[in-house]
Design a protein. Structure first.
Length: 255
């Protein structure tokens, strides 16, 4: 049974078996290390990583795949996966497990940031994530302050997760080869996340600050604070100069 590539879904299929094994080994090792039995793979495609995960004992395994053609291919090629497939857009699914679970996979590049934001809404139930992204996106997730890659994604993820950049994945590992390098990162839920006034305040502040990142903070976020608070010299800084903890502390001064 054959399948076609759909650029509209951001599909680049892993073909390098050594890399497929490497990623699946890292996923299984993380499951064992954190004693997690529930695993959600995002975007299994033609099963490059999936085929190595399926035989793993004592794992409650589900996959999310939007493409009907790939669903049919997976069911035909790996019959044991039939009951494990969630045939939906990841961004629209309900939380797939009632207990702790891990999220992993070769995330569709065109929605990879939104996937992470969606996982953040489940953060207390997802202690570990291993995902492949465009390297530029992976670097944004892992970036530290005073770095041009540091932005909304960096702050919102690092408020709750420790980020480890694991390794590069070159274009030659894929069919078709993407025009960019890819990277695999691991996100581990922090034992103690930053304290914020509310998640909504935190998100609103971070987005406002970085949406006008070249401006002084005072001008970028002036609608969120009263005039007296804005006189603080702290607001002379730019967004990329603030740490995650700085943003969290500022939420308590918001209107």
């Amino acid at each position: 049974m054959q399948y076609t590539l759909k650029k509209s879904l951001g599909q680049h299929f892993l073909k390098d078996e050594n890399m497929c094994r490497k990623i699946s080994d890292d996923i299984v090792a993380a499951l064992h290390h954190y004693s997690i039995k529930n695993l959600l793979e995002v975007g299994p495609g033609a099963g490059a990583i999936t085929k190595y995960l399926l035989p793993t004992p004592a794992i409650n395994f589900k996959v999310v795949e939007l493409d009907a053609e790939k669903v049919a291919y997976l069911q035909n090629t790996y019959p044991t996966i039939t009951e494990k497939i969630i045939h939906q857009n990841f961004l629209e699914i309900d939380k797939p497990f009632d207990e702790l679970f891990m999220v992993a996979g070769n995330f569709p590049y065109n929605i990879s940031s939104q996937i992470l934001f969606k996982i953040l809404t489940w953060k207390t139930d997802v202690p570990i994530i291993i995902g492949m992204f465009q390297k530029e996106v992976a670097q944004r997730v892992a970036a530290k302050p005073n770095n041009k890659s540091y932005g909304i994604l960096s702050v919102l993820i690092q408020a709750y997760y420790d980020v480890t950049y694991l390794y590069d994945v070159p274009p030659t590992c894929f069919n078709p080869p993407p025009k960019v390098m890819s990277g695999v990162i691991k996100l581990t839920l922090k034992n103690t996340s930053v304290v914020v006034k509310s998640d909504n305040n935190f998100i609103q502040l971070v987005k406002a600050a970085f949406n006008q990142r070249r401006k002084m903070l005072r001008n970028a976020v002036k609608h969120l604070f009263d005039e007296v608070t804005l006189q603080d010299s702290f607001f002379n800084k730019r967004a990329e100069q603030l740490s995650v903890a700085d943003f969290a502390a500022l939420t308590f001064k918001m209107k």
